[in-house]
Design a protein around this ligand. Structure first.
Ligand code: NAP
Ligand code: F7E
Length: 344
């Protein structure tokens, strides 16, 4: 029988790539969707016939228990979150509830539905759990590159909420013997990335300028450095962690770091333009506390999971710019939601 996976956050960037990956691996894929008038599934529209959907919300414990009872999954991937870091200052309590407490609610739904009591009772055939942890937990980094052993110092309500979810996942593994793993994923991007994140903001901005639809691109801190990889590669790592012989947490990244300035230069260069003529610094886009530098050491993932990224930074930037030029060439952009409506 096909293994069955339940994905929270299936409508997000990673959810769409993970659903595609698991379908290719022969899985029966279910997605948790929230709210009314569902499924609202722009990114997985092409897969509508292959995926099944179940209602539920990370804010609602009962809905998660019902979803796990109904789907009877072999694996649960918890990708749902408020994931945009600046929003986590504006809606700090909601971020704590969705991104932090949401992890507790999913773990409890699994525990209750699996009949695991308060005593440690590992079972064969138990539901395997993946938590979408983040390099934002390293925050003000204590060492570079960052490994599975680097201490955390989160710098935003988002990072703090992710740190709670990370330690809770470890705790359920240790307390109940659950097969629960966390992937500490560094920034990963794609043509399906939300338009609010810097890579997609830049690729859309460059496409607009190239097509004569805009004359400038407003950005905040150009000095911040990130380890940017391709989302399609990172969902493979999620699956490898869940399919491993024993549960553990892994750092997933490329091991290369670039500044936002280098990202911008590469994106403009891809269309033969000089970025300095178009980019405008906007103080209002700076954050209350910044994460200055992130760079992964993915040695453990390579050695123990056989995972390696396949798309370079340069190819990723070129892929995103090319995709947005194609997108906007077919349709004049009036709003970001228009961009969503025709997302690849
Ligand atoms: P994303 O595109 O922002 O998707 C977030 C998903 O969470 C959406 O499907 C959204 O559903 C869902 N969601 C939000 N609130 C919810 C709620 N109350 N109940 C249920 N679902 C809810 O994020 P992503 O880039 O795919 O990232 C996936 C996960 O990995 C997130 O947990 C993120 O924090 C984490 N992460 C991402 C990166 C990265 O670089 N992309 C790196 C490290 C960790 P709606 O469509 O209904 O809003
Ligand atoms: O910012 C700088 C900004 O919003 C990257 C999420 O997926 O990855 C993501 O979080 C950097 C920051 O991603 C703009 O200050 C400059 O230093 O693309 P971002 P993020 O905050 O790193 C982690 C791993 C996650 O887990 C998160 O869920 O770019 N920057 N100017 C800007 N950023 C944005 N968004 N917009 C600007 O105009």
């Amino acid at each position: 029988m096909a293994r069955r996976a339940l994905i929270t956050g299936i409508t997000g960037q990673d959810g769409s790539y993970l659903a595609e990956h698991l379908l290719r691996e022969g899985y029966d894929v279910w997605g948790l969707v929230r709210g009314q008038a569902n499924p609202r599934v722009t990114r997985v529209r092409r897969l509508l016939e292959d995926i099944r959907f179940v209602g539920g919300d990370l804010l609602d414990q009962g809905s998660l228990i019902s979803a796990v009872e109904k789907v009877q999954p072999d694996e649960v991937y918890n990708l749902g979150a408020i994931s945009f870091v600046p929003l986590s200052w504006e809606q700090a309590e909601l971020t704590a509830e969705v991104t932090g407490m949401g992890v507790l609610r999913v773990l409890e739904a699994i525990r209750v539905c699996s009949g695991i009591s308060s005593s440690r009772s590992p079972k064969s055939g138990q539901i395997r759990f993946y938590q979408a942890s983040s390099s934002e937990m390293f925050g003000q980094v204590r060492e570079s590159p960052q490994t599975e052993r680097t201490p955390f110092h989160p710098r935003s309500p988002y990072g703090v909420a992710k740190t709670y979810g990370h330690f809770l996942t470890q705790n359920y593994r240790e307390s109940y013997g659950m097969f629960a793993v966390s992937g500490i994923l560094f920034n990963h991007e794609s043509p399906r990335r939300g338009a609010e994140f810097v890579t997609r903001k830049v690729s859309l901005g460059v496409a607009r300028i190239k097509l004569g639809l805009a004359s400038e691109l407003r950005l905040g801190n150009l000095d911040a450095r990130r380890d940017w990889g391709y989302a399609g590669d990172y969902v493979r790592a999620m699956h490898l962690m869940v399919a491993a012989d024993r549960p553990d947490d892994y750092v997933i990244g490329t091991g290369r770091t670039h500044s936002v300035r280098e990202l911008v230069a590469a994106a403009f260069e891809a269309v033969g333009l000089d970025w300095e003529r178009y980019v405008v610094f906007d103080q209002s886009l700076r954050r209350p506390a910044e994460v200055d530098l992130l760079c992964a050491d993915p040695k453990e993932a390579k050695a123990r999971l056989g995972w390696e990224p396949s798309v370079s930074f340069e190819d990723l930037v070129a892929m995103m710019v090319e995709s947005d030029i194609a997108l906007l060439s077919g349709k004049t952009l009036r709003s970001e939601s228009d961009a969503e409506a025709v997302w690849p």
